[in-house]
Design a binder for this molecule. Sequence first.
Ligand SMILES: Cc1ncc(COP(=O)(O)O)c(C=O)c1O
Length: 452
Amino acid sequence: MDRTKIILNESEMPRRWYNIMADLKTPPMPVLHPGTLDPIGPEDLVPIFPMALIEQEVAQDRFIDIPNEIVEAYRLWRPTPLIRAKRLERALETPARIYFKHEGVSPTGSHKPNTAVAQAFYNAKEGVKRLTTETGAGQWGSALSFACSLFDLDCMVYMVKVSYEQKPYRKIMMQTWDADVVASPSMHTNSGREVLKNQPKTSGSLGIAISEAVEDAVASDNAKYSLGSVLNHVLLHQTVIGLEAKDQMETAGDYPDVVIGCVGGGSNFSGIAFPYIRDKLAGRNLRAVAVEPTACPTLTRGVFAYDFGDTAKLTPLLPMFTLGHSFVPPAIHAGGLRYHGGSPLLCDLVRKRLVEARAYDQTDVFDAALVFTRTEGILPAPESAHAIRAAIDEATDAKNQGEERVILFCLSGHGHFDLSAYHAYLQGQLEDAEFPDEALHRALEKLKGVSN
Ligand SMILES: Cc1ncc(COP(=O)(O)O)c(C=O)c1O
């Protein structure tokens, strides 16, 4: 059947998340306590996460049941459509078949609620009253604000000051879901006050915002901290994307030759790709391509090392590709991809060559976004447009090779709050950020002595 949209019934939504740990022959290296350099244990995480999520972080079971309350919340927007990009295929005159999983249909406009809803549920169940988090561009803060409103939790969002000032609509959206949103650095925490004392005019950073959110949670009796990517339990929750996509691709009568996703911390890529990598581990021929910006080339140019997840060195040491925790990426428009490290689980798969990594300049990415918008009609988030760029390149390569390649990518979000970036592009004012070797060496220098 030659369908454009493949839509599952609510009753066909997955009832279990997939945990790739069960299928890895050798596990990723452990996360370390920065003081003792011993692997961290559950007790180290208790002050910041509820027990159910700590258990999922180290779980070895292949499948983990999705509680009914989460399934019911997912039903507000899931299952999401799988769309065959026929108009894009025609415009590219490619024999490739291109499919995308549209995660931009969620209430907040991205894949982030898949884990926000789960995290809010488990926290509420264990009696937590308030969640704290940081947000850069605002997608994650919006998702957690929405999720907290579903489970009657208070939500405190530390929003990087530059975004707070430049993206007032994201802030208003979060406030509509009743979240408290403050510009970070703020006067609410010691770490915020300390930064403001020394740099009163700072525009803030994700690193500082993480420090504030963690400090707030730890100092409060009834609050915990919530993270929107990187950790195993977040990737686990996102596998609902790939599990649905597999069923939908089967309905379409196709199986992908290549699965593509953009990477910030790794959650949407892993969400769509891990259920397919399970098949690859069992011998199936398939490529998985992770796409990042050249301005923040963690997987393609970073070193594999133990490093902190935040600038203020509050987190455990994570084994990952990193540009160094002090690295401040240039202010490209794909704010959600400006992270110095990446998920240890995903980095492990890149090291094992189960996942390929690729980087693009932002002007090439916006060129692809425009081709997509003018064929498929959807205005993609700048982050998601990285995956579109790779899908278009794969389709063009298939044409040159005369191959009927089947391409599946994750459209992780829409770009309705990113219009200033599109404005800059349309005015011809968008520039590629330089990323000189020298800057990389300087950031990596600061890594020395972190874990040895
Ligand atoms: C729309 C969108 N896509 C992708 C990302 C990257 O995050 P991750 O790699 O965890 O999917 C973000 C992060 O904020 C985002 O907002």
